[in-house]
Design a protein around this ligand. Sequence first.
Ligand SMILES: [Zn+2]
Length: 302
Amino acid sequence: MGLVGWMQARRRYREMERRLATLDRLDGRDRASRRIVTLRLGRRWPLRDQVIMVVGCLVTVAALVFLPVTNLGRTDPAVHRYPALPSDAAATRILPPVTNAPTGAHAFMMTTADGKPVTYDPCRPIHYVVNLTGMPSGGLELVRSAVEKVGAASGLAFVEDGATLEPLVKVRAPRQPQRYGDRWAPVLIGWVDAAKFPLVSGDVAGVGGSSVVAPEGPGSERYISGQVALNRDWFTAAVARTGGDVNARAVVMHELGHLVGLAHVRDPGELMAESNSGLTDLGPGDRQGLAAVGAGRCHTDT
Ligand SMILES: [Zn+2]
């Protein structure tokens, strides 16, 4: 990419950073941090018993903002901090692409300069770990079921690495060699106490998002790790209700949708909708979007 193209991409990053920072300011409970941005888009999700929840989204943008800058020079010192290519990275995608998805409303959290969604690498598994602290009854099965559905709809291969004691925090390092070795940290899923994790408060059932790096500059963006934080009290109450497990699973699927790159849409027939009236499974646009974020590039640089 030439200098003009790079500058155009840089402007896009700055605009994205400005927009995200604006959203951050709108969320009065998270003024302290500009690195984690909560997209509080007013999602209202009435359950059958009229319990209202708002699902937020969480995106770490620091890597996206800073790595392209370091790449302007010929040498990129940040590259030396990237982990090696994982041993389970394949030459071709692990699962076949989803080609029979229906069509409908969908949107992407981030796109590259050429308009393609930023995605995870389909040639390697998306490893995930679960922090079982505060897990509601049946919580692990909920997560596994939601992961299976999102994996099948996207063609992305999720691999469960087991339990972890890593706490969920607002700003999570995407690389933790002492805990996880020389690789990108696995996706972290867990339940949090709203009092200790302000992004997930009484009316927010969960947040989810991923970190982005661009080792080769603009155009090479990809998600490399992420986090899904679920509201412990909300989930405990939800699974205690008859049939509440499918509502709870839908929240996990929604957050996993954010994790793999989907943003909110206005169509109420989609799980990624801002407003939802009891939808418990993926809609046609969700499926089209998931197929798209599952059809990204493979990478061999890190
Ligand atoms: Zn959301």
